[in-house]
Design a protein around this ligand. Structure first.
Ligand code: NAD
Length: 290
């Protein structure tokens, strides 16, 4: 397939490289990042989109997505699809879909889970919103860049699934960290705590797969001095998206709101800046220390 790829940062570069390795012809554009191997770079986003059957975007936020969509949609071929894999607000995804529809073009919002490691290994999970026909066209690309693509409904529903998932993740990570800090104070060994919780009803991905306690459970960023991994500021971005969506939809999300406030505090503190989102554990450990 002929593909345009806009936004070749930490996630976009390995995703584009996997498409090239699978035999697709990829033309890229980024304001700053260098060309990944095998990707020929265009001078602008519109140029990267010209002649492409699918234009993929992997950008920082919804404001940038809207600006890029305005630029590339007029340059796209009839019948082509704009496939946005960034994590953005639901409203920006739905507006981009409407802009594409006005021009007779397809649009899918397909945010991912799996991080930089999953992007490099081609094992991402895609949560996809948009029309059936566009999903069917993009499916072979999802199969190259990931291991699973779930069609969640119309445009915006991929972003809805992503922020609901990450709201649960933020809340369970905080709960797991505060429980470890409580266990410490109660004299409960961390390994024993892991052995019980990871096989009991308190289990979660935060405990079982990404345990925030160093030396306990599978290897995780906790074993690498809390270097990300999934940076706390990216978790904060997703929690803020969940809270603005909740406000717009009049949904009651008190735990999500509290998780968002705690991560905001954490990211601003010296404990949290630049660290993995599981570094909440050392933050809770500090309480009571002089
Ligand atoms: P990044 O900052 O490494 O990459 C974004 C790229 O977009 C940069 O190279 C930047 O130069 C480029 N860019 C910005 N504005 C542009 C424009 N107008 N035209 C062209 N290029 C432009 O970020 P990332 O980690 O690759 O994340 C990308 C998206 O994926 C974000 O929405 C993020 O929330 C989401 N995401 C990231 C992770 C992760 O672990 N990094 C995991 C899941 C989802």
């Amino acid at each position: 397939m002929k593909i345009g790829f806009i936004g070749l940062g930490n996630m976009g570069a390995p995703m584009a490289a996997n498409l090239v390795a699978a035999g697709h012809e990829v033309t890229g554009f980024d304001l700053a990042a260098p060309a990944p191997g095998g990707v020929s770079m265009a001078a602008s986003a519109a140029e990267a989109a010209k002649g492409a059957e699918v234009v993929i975007t992997m950008l920082p936020n919804g404001t940038i997505l809207r600006a890029v969509a305005e630029e590339v949609l007029p340059a796209m071929e009839p019948g082509a699809i704009l496939l946005d894999c960034s994590t953005v607000d639901v409203a920006s995804a739905r507006d981009a879909a409407a802009m594409a529809a006005e021009k007779g073009l397809g649009f899918l919002d397909a945010p991912v889970s799996g991080g930089v490691g999953g992007a490099a290994a081609g094992t991402l999970t895609f949560m996809v919103g948009g029309e059936d026909a566009a999903f069917a066209t993009a499916k072979p690309l999802f199969d190259v860049m990931g291991q699973k693509a779930v069609h969640c409904g119309p445009a915006g529903n991929g972003q809805a699934a992503k922020i609901c998932n990450n709201m649960i993740l933020g809340v369970t990570m905080i709960a797991t960290c505060e429980a470890f800090a409580l266990a410490d104070k109660l004299g409960l060994d961390r390994q024993a705590m892991f052995d019980v919780v990871s096989t009991s009803s308190g289990q979660s991905w935060s405990m079982n797969t990404y345990c925030p306690a160093p030396g306990v459970g599978p290897t995780s960023p906790a074993d690498n001095d809390y270097n990300p991994g999934f940076a706390a500021d990216l978790m904060l971005k997703d929690l803020r998206l969940s809270q603005s969506a909740a406000e717009a939809a009049d949904a009651d999300t008190p735990m999500g709101a509290l998780a968002s406030a705690l991560y905001a505090q954490f990211v601003e503190s010296e404990d949290g800046a630049g660290r993995d989102f599981s570094a909440m554990l050392p933050r809770f450990e500090k309480r009571g220390r002089s």
